[in-house]
Write a protein that binds this ligand. Sequence first.
Ligand SMILES: [Zn+2]
Length: 389
Amino acid sequence: MFNPAVFELLKTDSHSKARLGRLTTTRGVIDTPVFMPVGTQASVKALDSRELLEMGTQIILGNTYHLSIRPGMEIMAAAGGLHKFMNWTKPILTDSGGFQVFSLAKIRKIKPHGVEFRSHLDGSLLFLGPKESMNIQRIIGSDIAMVFDECPPHGASAAEMKGAVERTIRWAKECRVQPRAEGQFVFGIVQGANDAKLREHCAKELVAMDFDGYAIGGVSVGEPEPEMMSAVEITEPHLPAHKARYAMGLGTPAQLVELVARGVDMFDCVLPTRVARNGTAFTRKGTISIKGGSYKADFTPIEADCECFACKNFTRAYIRHLLNVNEILGLRLVSVHNSHLFLKVMEDMRTHLAAGTFHEFRQDFIAHYRPTEKVLLARQLHAAEKQDR
Ligand SMILES: [Zn+2]
């Protein structure tokens, strides 16, 4: 009935669960591990499709919830789908809207076949369920559609979590049989927070439905880093090796390296463009605030040896000046650098996986990357808790 997604597992690391793979879609081949820049509103913030292609982007993300509200599906259908609308010819993955409904919208009622909620924009009453979400993703014409799931907030009760997992399984079944766009793959989403039994149950039910790939959802919902890592660790063993695995909404460059080592193939994250708007740049040694005073007369690039357009052509002092006088070029240049870095780190991982040197790369990368204070504190707390047990 549907074209099954072709994922080839090319190589597995001998020291970790890291995988080198290749996902073939009708709009092109995606080499994994892959980072997918986020284009929530039909735009990867501040970057155009030419820049994305130049920095080696293989696939971008679009969002069901946001695009269904604006521009709406009438315009999307008239445009001939999202690829044509935004002039992006490579693959697109669409999030199902589940995450946004549960995090942004004002929920009125969870019903058997979806959620009734009020738009975060104008308060109008809307309804989104498996059928509606898959129909929107069909009109958008994404190459990979995600099932409509329930993503409870971090710290939800065990009962809430169990209900969410049961609905996620039931809704996945409904999504599975909805009409699709030509060549569109559908990925299931495993929920279950940090409950190993729930995660296993959810994964097994979804795997039995035979999706084209599987995502680990319910991460990046405000949980500390050790919990995020453990959610992936308890889910991964229940996912089939011959299908792509996608960890939703993660993470920093160092976290991406650690998650690849835990067997994840696909990632998306708003961090590169979001922190750029605050004047923060990612480097291989951690984040730096370009806006900060210390770079006032620093005429070196954001990162030495970086091959991105911003680093090859402009200095920290210049970009800092642009940011401080609110020139739009400043945040554009930091967005270019940050997105390029995330893509380059993935490319490096693919190179090292192919060469059999991923283990050395991982050790070296983690040794040089300084996490934020918040991440360091969470790790310390986790280590102390482990000792107490
Ligand atoms: Zn750069």
